[in-house]
Design a protein around this ligand. Sequence first.
Ligand code: ATP
Ligand code: MG
Length: 330
Amino acid sequence: MKSHISIQNLNAFYSDHQALRDITIEIPEKQITAIIGPSGCGKSTFLKCFNRLIDLTDGAKASGKIIVDGIDVLNGSVDITDVRRRMGLLPQKPNPLPMSIYDNIAYGPRLHGIKDKKKLDQIVEKYLKIAGLWDEVKDRLKSPASKLSIGQQQRLCLARGLAVEPEIILCDEPTSALDPVSSQHIEQQLLKLKKYYTIVIVTHNIHQAMRLADYVIHLYLGELVEHGPANEVFENPKEERTRAYINGTFHIDLKIDKELDLKGNVCPYNFVYSKQALHNLEKGKTLKVIVDDPTAVTEVPRGMEADGHEVLSVKQINKTDWEIVVRKKE
Ligand SMILES: Nc1ncnc2c1ncn2[C@@H]1O[C@H](COP(=O)(O)OP(=O)(O)OP(=O)(O)O)[C@@H](O)[C@H]1O
Ligand SMILES: [Mg+2]
């Protein structure tokens, strides 16, 4: 796999809320990479760092490196317009400009100095064809883009983005506002386009990810949980959290008041330390204990229950570690 975007130690904050935590990953060239994970895990933030849209949010900042063709796009001195031209963004809801179909596509190229009518005609036709919209609109290029159906508008936005000749297409849930047939249209175009472009798509829809992705990134609470070739991640995830998300058994995590990492401790030390931590906690608050000792997984919850505390969950979170959540008795 040849890398196109190299992300190194990416952290992102909205004021003091950390939305991305130390993410390091390579995005493969001319493939479709799907970013999956529950709502609020940082998928959109991740994309917004790529084209520096994050700069537009007050109080937001990103640190680390995102290297595309040898240039770190997070570096303060890069030309943001150039960065955004290289990376087209297809948003959730289509946002055609308030002008004709033709002018929507010609807008970017005109901005970049192309004035020749013949040349513009060619560009408009070329990209409407690539986006799979040409046959439906070729006889009404001068009519307002707003008259198109939502699905057609989304393909128009795809064409508009492609007309400035990006290398990378970023899509943030590009089909979530579309009906199934229009969604299928967009998916078909993306599958064709990956021959020429590197595509990164955020999707809530695990089936869409399975249909489209060559590579998968699973984020959870701002952290990179797992990444790898799509067939490996979908068929044989390494992480229990990924398996749960794919199977749809992912549950909202409990509110945790204190966390205790007891890896490397052998039972009964695990038990003693957990007991001490619970002792220092207010009544009704929750403690999460991480252990990597199989005996502790059964003994710690048993002991806690014997003391009258409520064991809320015990689950394996990866090959070697378990997570026990206990609520201190009232
Ligand atoms: N403008 C903002 N100001 C403050 N916090 C924000 C802002 N945008 C996002 N966040 C927070 O950052 C975290 C990540 O948000 P983000 O939108 O990236 O998640 P997401 O995975 O795209 O979620 P969804 O699937 O719901 O679109 C969330 O906790 C969110 O509340
Ligand atoms: Mg989002």
